[in-house]
Design a protein around this ligand. Structure first.
Ligand code: Z5A
Length: 209
């Protein structure tokens, strides 16, 4: 791999998949190799994006599926322009807690918006995909149990029914089957240490390509 080139790595998964633990492990993996990593998240990651995030997640806000999709992309366009493109241009690694695959999963799979419409937004307003995506896959029941056990209030999207999250999971797995080189599926049902071990093995293999 060309060490001088910037890379975008995204972490994806359904509720309770354990993205936080994995993000920390991925950051540590690169820092140990002397590669500096900038972390960000979606929706959010910029001052504008964080305001959009508040609108999107506040319980009680009435947002139709199309507006939800466009708000996700408004946040993403700003993040791409303000942070991701400049960092990649400087040869830095960017680690994002979710990226466009989440729109295919939640607004595509979950809300039923056609994949072609989302792909068009991706092409026109983003123009790139992550170099590597770690998809933390977990059964919906197990994931929701973990998320609920955190004891925090549920945001607007977390309040959806299990059926919604089943469709989200299926859409993620379908995307991973379409792009197996870029999207690596990690079994996130395992204890945290085992999940981290799978992630580190995947990163080592990816770096050695
Ligand atoms: N969204 C969208 O619809 N479309 C888009 O395009 C984008 C996003 C970009 C906010 O995202 C929402 O936006 C999200 C998708 C939607 N909707 N929902 N619902 P977010 O990423 O900020 O929100 P989140 O999915 O709720 O993430 P999270 O809760 O911060 O992360 P997590 O992966 O779900 O969980 P965690 O906090 O890392 O772990 C959950 C709990 O499980 C915690 O107590 C851990 O200690 C525990 N845990 C973690 N790993 C393990 C293992 N291995 N074993 C046992 N317990 C564990």
């Amino acid at each position: 791999m060309n060490q001088a080139a910037g890379k975008l790595i995204s972490i994806e998964g359904g509720e309770g998949a354990g993205k936080t633990t994995v993000l920390n492990a991925v950051r540590g993996f690169f820092e140990q190799r002397g590669i500096s990593v900038v972390s960000t998240r979606e929706p959010g990651g910029t001052p504008l994006g964080e305001k959009v995030r508040e609108l999107l997640l506040a319980p009680g806000n009435r947002i139709c599926a199309e507006a939800e999709l466009l708000l996700m992309f408004a946040s993403r366009a700003q993040l791409a322009a303000e942070l991701i493109k400049p960092e990649l241009a400087q040869g830095h690694f960017v680690l994002s807690d979710r990226f466009t695959d989440a729109s295919f999963a939640y607004q595509g799979g979950g809300r039923g918006i056609a994949e072609t419409k989302i792909a068009e937004l991706e092409r026109v307003y983003v123009g790139f995909k992550p170099d590597l995506t770690l998809l933390l896959d977990i059964g919906v029941e197990q994931g929701l149990a973990r998320a609920h056990a955190r004891g925090q209030g549920l945001d607007r999207i977390e309040q959806e029914h299990a059926d919604f999250f089943l469709k989200v999971r299926a859409a993620y797995l379908s995307k991973a089957a379409q792009e197996p080189e870029r999207i690596r599926v990690i079994d996130a049902s395992q204890p945290a240490d085992d999940v981290v071990r799978q992630v580190l093995e995947t990163l080592e293999q990816w770096m050695e390509r």
